[in-house]
Design a protein around this ligand. Structure first.
Ligand SMILES: *Cc1c(COP(=O)(O)O)cnc(C)c1O
Length: 370
């Protein structure tokens, strides 16, 4: 008999009995999308929960990245990180812009601010960093550089739902931040996302752009896209918002358990909590030094699989190695040594709200025994 499968993630699901009356209400209203009742409620509730003033809901977490670049009229080159999910760089491509990869910090996996200046050219107009695993970027240093060179900063905050630094939402950093509410994320609306900005005029422009560019019944102000969230997923999202704090608490308990159990294994590095940061424990990456640990990341990944435990290699392979981008000068591995090192060492262990003790122990046992 094999043990039951343990997936790397499992979606946060609202109570079905709570969802059904909301669905009945949607049926009664006969209004399914286009800024409906639940859409408006969720937009308001999310802005409040996240501690931001202006937030626009989207149908996933990729379209707000694409729309952010369009809304800010970014041109030329955008500095970004290869250590992320492909959607980050794809959004630059979709705007007809050139991505320029900069290496990351070993400690966090986030873009290394000290390497940004060397990548700036007369064509650079923006920086698109990612708060990888929900660990805040060095936003202060990035903003200093952006201000010196007159660049915009758009954060891909897909991993950073609910993350605070010294009591302030991380989403207040930069010119805009994007969120993903995909089923694999800390907070989910099935598929979904949002774009956070800091003034009313920009939110208005974003709302036009996510609705084909319509600024009225007969006026189209720009070639916008369709990225409207519907009523059903808005209702789902409203219910999930009520349980996201307890979901984060459950993730934290698992993270503490893993950390305690794995802390003395030579060759295994884990992320630490940073003082003043409210983490969301969106992922639990471990970084394996094959020489010290005595087993490669690939071998451990396979070993876990043999035991019906499914880790994920986030982020391997690097975005800069994919065919669309590998020809770029900045994609040269010699330019990205730390990113390559992390991509070769990383393995994300199962991490989700409600991961039971027995499952966590099974994961720990394999990592300990090898
Ligand atoms: C999940 C994710 C996205 C894309 O979000 P979708 O909702 O899947 O479109 C973008 N960037 C990062 C870093 C992500 O992890």
């Amino acid at each position: 008999m094999t043990d039951k499968p343990i997936t790397v993630t499992s979606p946060l699901l609202p109570n079905l009995d709570d969802l059904i009356p909301m669905l009945k209400d949607i049926w009664d209203r006969k209004w399914l999308t286009n800024n409906g009742h639940y859409h408006k409620e969720l937009e308001k509730a999310l802005a409040e929960y996240l501690g931001v003033k202006y937030l626009s809901l989207f149908t996933n977490g990729t379209l707000p990245l694409i729309t952010a670049l369009q809304a800010m009229r970014i041109t030329g080159e955008v500095i970004t990180t290869p250590y992320s999910f492909v959607a980050t760089t794809h959004s630059i491509w979709w705007n007809g812009l050139k991505p320029v990869f900069v290496d990351v910090e070993e400690e966090t996996g986030n873009i290394d601010p000290e390497k940004i200046e060397a990548a700036i050219t007369p064509h650079t107009t923006a920086i698109m960093p990612v708060h990888v695993y929900g660990t805040p970027c060095n936003t202060k240093r990035i903003q200093e550089i952006a201000d010196i060179y007159g660049l915009k900063v758009i954060y891909d905050a897909a991993h950073a739902f609910g993350v605070h630094v010294n009591g302030e939402s991380i989403l207040k950093s930069g010119d805009m931040s994007t969120l993903s509410f995909h089923a694999t994320k800390v907070y989910t609306t099935v598929e979904g996302g949002a774009l956070v900005c800091h003034d009313e005029a920009t939110k208005k422009r974003i709302d036009y752009l996510k609705n084909f560019g319509f600024a009225g019944e007969t006026t189209v102000v720009a070639p916008g896209i369709n990225s409207k969230m519907d009523e059903i997923r808005s209702a789902f999202g409203l219910l999930n918002l009520k349980q996201v704090d307890s979901a984060i608490a459950s993730r934290k308990a698992t993270a503490e358990k893993y950390r305690e159990a794995l802390k003395n294994i030579p060759g295994i590095r884990m992320l630490k909590d940073i003082e003043g940061v409210r983490h969301n424990y969106s992922y639990f990456p471990i970084f394996i030094d094959e020489k010290q640990y005595g087993m490669s990341r690939e071998a451990l990944y396979e070993k876990l699989k043999e035991n019906n435990i499914f880790g994920r290699r986030y982020f391997y392979p690097l975005i800069s190695t994919f065919s669309a981008y590998k020809g770029l000068e900045s994609a040269n591995p010699a330019n990205l040594p730390i990113a390559h090192k992390l991509a070769d060492q990383v393995l994300c262990l199962p991490m989700f709200a409600g991961l039971d003790e027995e499952s966590a122990n099974r994961v720990i046992d394999i990592v300990l025994k090898k």
